[in-house]
Design a protein around this ligand. Structure first.
Ligand code: AMP
Length: 402
């Protein structure tokens, strides 16, 4: 499927092209036609799946093709955090580069001047309002927000908003909106409280559910419990003396990637690092050398995990447990491509056990924990209780209110 199949307004297609998206992602393929048909929608999709464009594109199309385009709020997007609000606004600006649609993101934490700028944009007719709940209520309470022409309400990361206690605020905001509107709810998870909430605010919604990806069956996955100071020796042990032409090691930050490159060079390994401090041309060159097997070991941050397409990586090492379980799937997906078998090994330190169990939950299976080679010493236990358990101190009776 191509973006042109959605028959979006040409000016939007131009925006998509200039941003460089070539094909719709699965959530876009499913959600865009549903939204264009005018139905309410519940979409279970995580960040990273392309969910923002999945609602922004049909929304822009709806606004651009409206008969009457008086400058008033047509769409309200509610998001849990200022970071997400800003990201949504940036994507929207990109897609509407060739189309006259105005937007403003309103969120807390800024100065009084910001509030005045937001107020002016709202009063003078921004068509898309992207807002965090508390800030929007402050504007509504000031009396100048006019939702009479609103056609779309989008709740993004709804599960997170409920976790953050925003349900009453959102219901209050909705009480100011016209009943005749299209409502879209996006959420990474669908627990029962989200379903109950959705029932209150959506009208006969359709539902789409994106199954999370899993590593291919032919990847052999295993893990070691290891303290940080044991990890270099473990990498050396895993690689040296073996027939492993291409090894990809992921580490969390560019600083740790650079450190690891230095340590492995000291061990005389044929290694290079790739991270966001390198220029595009330098990155390309490192990847070319890795592809041609001039370099045996590539150390990388997650920028590489989604982007590169290199066959025949014999071993992927996760030097740390990725924060986001989906990143694990992307990293591990670099091996065993195209019917080949591959091995993915993760190092888990004592603080990362919980994150690792989240990965096991996501992929629906337990990953085998191997004992460390004896010369490396004992690693930490695989203990799922937090190492930083809070201690509660009981108050002594009879000493109130000090
Ligand atoms: P999101 O899930 O909306 O946070 O999007 C995750 C990332 O995927 C963003 O950086 C988008 O710019 C990017 N993205 C979304 N749709 C596409 C697409 N069809 N092709 C390539 N990248 C995309």
């Amino acid at each position: 499927m191509n973006f042109s199949d959605f028959k979006l307004d040409d000016r939007i297609n131009q925006g998509i092209e200039s941003i460089g998206f070539e094909k719709p992602t699965p959530v876009q393929e499913l959600a865009i036609p549903e939204i264009l048909s005018g139905n309410d929608l519940i979409a279970c999709a995580q960040t990273g799946t392309g969910k923002t464009a999945a609602y922004v594109l049909p929304l822009l199309h709806g606004i651009l093709t409206q008969k009457e385009r008086s400058g008033n709020i047509k769409a309200l997007i509610i998001a849990p955090t200022r970071e997400l609000a800003v990201q949504i606004d940036q994507q929207l600006e990109g897609f509407s580069y060739f189309a006259p649609v105005s937007s403003i993101a309103v969120y807390g934490g800024g100065s009084g001047t910001d509030f005045e700028v937001e107020k002016k944009a709202i009063k003078t007719g921004a068509e898309v309002l992207i807002a965090t709940p508390g800030r929007l209520i402050s504007h509504i309470n000031s009396g100048y927000v006019n939702f009479d022409r609103l056609k779309y309400l989008i709740l993004d990361e709804a599960d997170r908003m409920l976790d953050m206690g925003f349900q009453p605020d959102i219901l209050k905001i909705i009480s100011f909106l016209p009943k005749n509107r299209q409502t879209l709810l996006f959420s990474a998870t669908m627990p029962s409280d989200i379903r109950a909430f959705a029932k209150k605010i959506l009208n006969n919604p359709n539902e789409i559910n994106l199954a999370v990806s899993k590593p291919a069956e032919n990847v052999l996955q295993a893990a070691y419990m290891a303290y940080d100071n044991q990890k270099i020796a473990l990498v050396k042990k895993l690689i040296t003396g073996k027939e492993l032409p291409s090894v990809l090691i992921f580490s969390a930050t560019k600083a740790s990637v650079k450190d690891l490159e230095r340590e492995l060079l000291r061990l005389k390994m044929n290694v290079k690092a790739i991270h966001s401090d390198l220029e595009q041309e330098q990155r390309k060159e490192v990847l070319r050398q890795f592809r041609n097997r001039e370099i045996q070991v590539l150390v990388a941050t997650d920028i590489v995990s989604r982007g590169i397409d290199i066959d025949d990586i014999s071993l992927v090492i996760n030097y740390n447990v990725p924060q986001d379980a989906e990143d694990y799937v992307h990293r591990v997906g670099r091996t065993a491509r195209a019917d080949k078998t591959g091995v993915a090994i993760t190092f888990i330190n004592q603080k990362e056990v919980r994150n690792f169990t989240n990965i096991e939950k996501l992929i629906g299976s337990e990953i085998r924990k191997l004992p460390l080679p004896p010369e490396i010493g004992e690693g930490p236990d695989f203990n799922t209780r937090s190492p930083h358990k809070r201690r509660f101190v009981k108050r002594r009776p009879g000493r109130k209110g000090n």
